[in-house]
Design a protein around this ligand. Structure first.
Ligand SMILES: Cc1cc2nc3c(=O)[nH]c(=O)nc-3n(C[C@H](O)[C@H](O)[C@H](O)COP(=O)(O)OP(=O)(O)OC[C@H]3O[C@@H](n4cnc5c(N)ncnc54)[C@H](O)[C@@H]3O)c2cc1C
Length: 392
């Protein structure tokens, strides 16, 4: 049993890591803090790089079956009620990047990964197991759980998210940065979405210090609504239920059509978003960070989960090539991932400032630049993130 790799966290990153290792015949034990494995009921966008990962994780077919394939990424001006730009996700996009762009329900995505983990003999899943600290010697790592139990393995992967205990010990770099951006999420039946806005697109309405995102999910049964207000909220919050009146407060200045979307939301929940500056130190001997534990980011490039899955595939590759020298394999994993993940972290912040939330001349400049771009120029802009396969 002690010859397994321990993975702290059974989110998208942790389960993807277990599957990626299993594809290389490396056994793992996932230690999840919660009493059940699951995801919150909201949507997630998946770029073509996510689909490269699904194939490498052995779940390509199941992942493709649950996705809604949208036609466009659409950017609207929430003050003018007019389109700024559309990126066509059709044949030219798919041919260039080798895979589609899609939106999925988080629960469905997590379910696909979980089912594959449960079916694999090399993966052990253990709930109610919060990793609070680790100790290591030259040959193994021992994770201590909140209940005092000690579990040993050959390495420990901290896939334990934004508030990672593994990171706290490994890096000790304090609390995440509170962005001051408050996000509210709701999922509504498709028939409650204003009919003229039922677009097969991931649509973003950009306004001064606020934006609204919507897209269809789960075979068009529901629409995912995510609305964000840069209200300088000082404290981190995760998943707090709030009344619709609170959500509407940040959007009284945007056009009527955009406001109407919010009125249709139900059971709103609120998050105050956090991220961190990029760092180099993801690895300490036989311990490494992955996903949000390594590089938490704002959601504005819709890449956090995609990056976690890329990390997972890369980690398994480097460990499989490490000839038993796990610390060397983990160091190579870090070397191969850190610049790409850092770029996405920084770009995500920049997108918030320059695309999602500008006002006045800043917004007019955004519109002028984005309206001038042709479809081939949009694809050139996206090459750094979707080009190649992000893995090799
Ligand atoms: C509003 C919003 C929209 C987003 N949209 C997108 C999108 O469209 N596309 C995209 O790719 N990404 C998106 N993301 C980002 C994405 O959700 C995250 O980057 C991704 O879920 C990170 O996965 P993870 O497994 O690293 O961490 P998490 O999902 O946080 O999982 C961590 C897991 O570890 C467990 N855990 C925590 N501490 C411990 C511990 N000490 N011991 C054991 N277990 C522990 C937790 O219970 C959890 O199960 C979005 C994020 C937000 C906030």
């Amino acid at each position: 049993m002690n010859d397994r790799i321990l993975i702290a966290g059974g989110g998208i990153g942790g389960l993807a890591t277990a599957l990626a290792l299993a594809q290389k015949n490396i056994a793992s034990r996932v230690l999840e803090k919660a009493s059940r494995l699951g995801e919150i009921g909201a949507g997630i966008q998946l770029g073509p790089n996510a689909f490269h990962c699904f194939d490498r994780l052995g779940v390509g077919e199941a992942a493709r079956a649950m996705a809604v394939y949208i036609d466009h990424l659409r950017l609207m001006d929430a003050m003018e009620d007019g389109e700024i730009a559309q990126i066509d996700l059709g044949a030219a996009f798919r041919a260039r990047y080798g895979n589609p762009y899609a939106v999925v329900h988080r629960g469905d995505l997590h379910g696909v990964l979980l089912k594959a983990c449960q079916a694999h003999p090399m993966i052990e899943l253990q709930v109610s197991s919060e990793v609070v600290r680790y100790d290591q010697d030259g040959a193994s790592v021992t994770a201590t759980l909140a209940n005092g139990e000690r579990i040993s393995g050959t390495a420990l992967i901290g896939a334990d998210g934004l508030w990672s205990n593994v990171r706290r010990q490994l890096l000790g770099d304090g609390m995440p940065r509170v962005s001051g951006h408050t996000t509210y999420r709701s999922v509504i039946p498709t028939e409650q979405m204003p009919e003229e806005l039922r677009w097969n697109a991931a649509t973003l309405w950009a306004g001064p210090k606020c934006h609204i995102v919507h897209y269809p999910l789960s075979g068009w049964k529901v629409f995912n609504l995510v609305v964000t207000y840069h209200n300088d909220a000082p404290e981190p919050v995760a998943g707090k239920p709030v009344p619709v009146e609170e959500v509407r407060r940040g959007f009284t200045h945007v056009c009527e059509r955009a406001q109407a979307i919010i009125r249709h939301g139900v059971d709103w929940k609120m998050w105050v978003l956090c991220d961190r500056d990029p760092v180099n130190d993801w690895v300490d001997g036989r311990v490494a960070l992955l996903g949000d534990a390594a590089h938490p980011m704002m959601q504005y490039m819709a890449q956090g989960a995609c990056m976690a899955m890329e990390d997972a595939v890369c980690l398994a590759d480097t460990l499989a090539q490490s000839d038993g020298d796990l610390p060397a394999g983990l160091a190579r994993y870090r070397d191969r991932r850190v610049l790409r993940a850092s770029r996405v972290q920084l770009m995500s912040r920049a997108m918030g400032d320059h695309v999602y939330h500008p006002a006045g001349p800043h917004a007019a400049l955004r519109n002028a630049i984005m309206r001038a771009k042709s479809q081939p120029q949009w694809l050139d802009t996206l090459d750094w993130i979707y080009g190649g396969n992000g893995l090799d």
